[in-house]
Design a protein around this ligand. Structure first.
Ligand code: GLU
Length: 479
């Protein structure tokens, strides 16, 4: 049997970190089994529809490399993949239920329903519409809600993550299938679509677990075989015991992309948020995830979102790609992250800068704040020099003569490379009897006026002899 999964987002805004995992697991399961993942856009809630959201969803999936096999853009045998364009299909299925006496028009006004609801609250009993089901409902036509005629009974089912589940008759109700506006509800549309599209595994957020008995009743009414149900536990907000949501500052996936998080790192982190393969392994490429993923190792409790962990993965991936594919391969992905001052710099020079700084980057956009002094003269800030914790014991004249000594030593270097520079620096340590922290902080600050720089000999090498000496001289004269 071919495995068919789906990601079925509602285009109500950007996809944030908390819900993109519902795309990753269906993708992994499908690919692992040479099956298919369908992308279906569930846009029947017109009040919550946001223009452009579908494109953002597609963009996010493409960036993460979660290529869907059927759906918008790529098409497929079950077109259309937008629920709003599938109204005829839902009506056809709804009519089957009407003919079998399992669906009826609901003439009750919202005010009346409110009254029923209040009656129940007053009596402290749960409100179930089926207890107020009209005896002689009118013939159904568009403009009237259509409801399912439920039969109270108990269910047992297997959830692939949550285990054996059961429910009593009190959770079943006459749910709305088609709304007044003619659009189907999620509850109805997804059953029809999953069946029409041959979906074998319904993987979605655990919030749908409580409605599952109603879905089981619909499968039964249609004589459908139940697909495998896989409830994905919530991703929890960094604090408290609640689901990560936009209100907790859950950023969109594309925002992280634009901040310089690599797709590999994002995919790796999210896949491992609430899943592991039983080993200590943490770094997985997409191919490795496809190989190792298994539904039965998805944990059944919520996993807490931790942005720092995402950045940790990003650092790991930056180094991994650099080491495995080389500086240039990664450099091609840094285009949008350089400071303004690097605009005119040539690629060779930028690759050199990148090669000495890549292993300090949390995100690629750190290049912006960390590399400015490679491209333009830093502003001399004597305060930064004299107040540095290693230098504040020295007098200004001592600093000045030390700088002059450094200039003389470095000027003598014939072959300006990292090793010769390091040798000269070591000699300077011997001659001056200064500690590395003192001498190197002095040089580092004088050439960069930045809070941080890569290894000193490498920084000097990349800056070049002329620039390095000019900067050191300029600081010596400014003191
Ligand atoms: N459209 C639903 C949502 O965005 C999808 C649930 C499902 O995957 O069936 O929450």
């Amino acid at each position: 049997m071919e495995i068919v999964t789906r990601f079925a987002p509602s285009p109500t805004g950007y996809i944030h970190i908390g819900n993109v995992r519902s795309a990753i697991y269906p993708y992994l399961l499908a690919k692992q089994n040479n099956g298919k993942m369908i992308l279906r856009i569930e846009d029947t809630d017109r009040a919550r529809y946001v223009d452009g959201a579908t494109e953002l969803i597609e963009d996010t999936l493409e960036w993460l490399g979660l290529n869907w096999d059927e759906g918008p853009v790529v098409g497929g045998p079950h077109e259309p993949y937008f629920q709003s364009e599938r109204k005829d299909i839902y009506i056809k299925w709804a009519k089957k239920l009407i003919e079998e006496g399992r669906a009826y028009a609901d003439p009750t006004s919202p005010e009346q329903i409110e009254k029923y609801r209040k009656e129940c609250t007053d009596k402290k009993i749960p409100f179930l519409y089926r207890n107020f089901r009209p005896e002689n409902p009118p013939k159904w036509e568009l403009g009237l809600p259509l409801r399912f005629k439920s039969e109270p009974k108990s269910y047992e089912w297997q959830d692939e993550v949550m285990g054996e589940m059961s429910s009593g008759p009190e959770v079943l109700d006459d749910i709305i299938l088609i709304k007044k506006d003619g659009f189907p509800t999620y509850n109805f549309a997804h059953i029809v679509d999953d069946a029409e599209m041959g979906v074998t595994h319904v993987m979605r957020g655990v919030e749908y677990l409580s409605s599952t008995p109603n879905y089981l009743a619909l499968y039964e009414a249609f004589g459908l075989e139940r697909p495998k149900l896989v409830s994905l536990p919530h991703i929890l907000a960094p604090q408290g015991n609640k689901k990560l949501g936009k209100r907790d500052g859950a950023k969109s996936v594309t925002e992280y992309r634009d901040d310089g998080v690599l797709a590999e790192a994002m995919l790796n982190y999210l896949a491992c948020l609430g899943w592991n393969d039983g080993t200590e392994k943490e770094i997985y490429s997409k191919e490795e995830l496809i190989k190792c993923f298994s539904v039965d190792r998805i944990q059944n409790s919520g996993a807490r979102y931790d942005e720092n962990k995402l950045y940790w993965y990003n650092g790991q991936w930056i180094r991994k790609i650099f080491d495995e594919k080389g500086a240039e391969a990664l450099y091609t992905r840094t285009k949008d992250f350089w400071p303004e001052s690097a605009k005119e710099a040539d690629d060779d020079y930028k690759v050199k800068v990148f090669s000495i700084i890549y292993d300090r980057l949390k995100t690629l956009s750190d290049l912006r704040s960390m590399t400015d002094y490679f491209f333009k003269e830093p502003k001399i800030d004597l305060d930064m020099l004299v107040k540095n914790k290693f230098l504040k014991k020295m007098s200004e004249s001592e600093i000045e003569s030390l700088l002059k000594l450094v200039v003389r030593k470095l000027s003598d270097i014939n072959k300006w490379d990292a090793d010769s520079i390091q040798a000269a620096l070591n000699e300077l340590l011997n001659e001056t009897k200064k500690k590395p922290a003192e001498l190197f902080s002095l040089i580092r600050i004088a050439i960069s006026f930045a809070p941080f720089s890569p290894a000193l000999n490498l920084t000097l090498e990349v800056l070049g002899k002329e620039t390095s000496l000019a900067r050191l001289n300029a600081v010596a004269s400014a003191i």
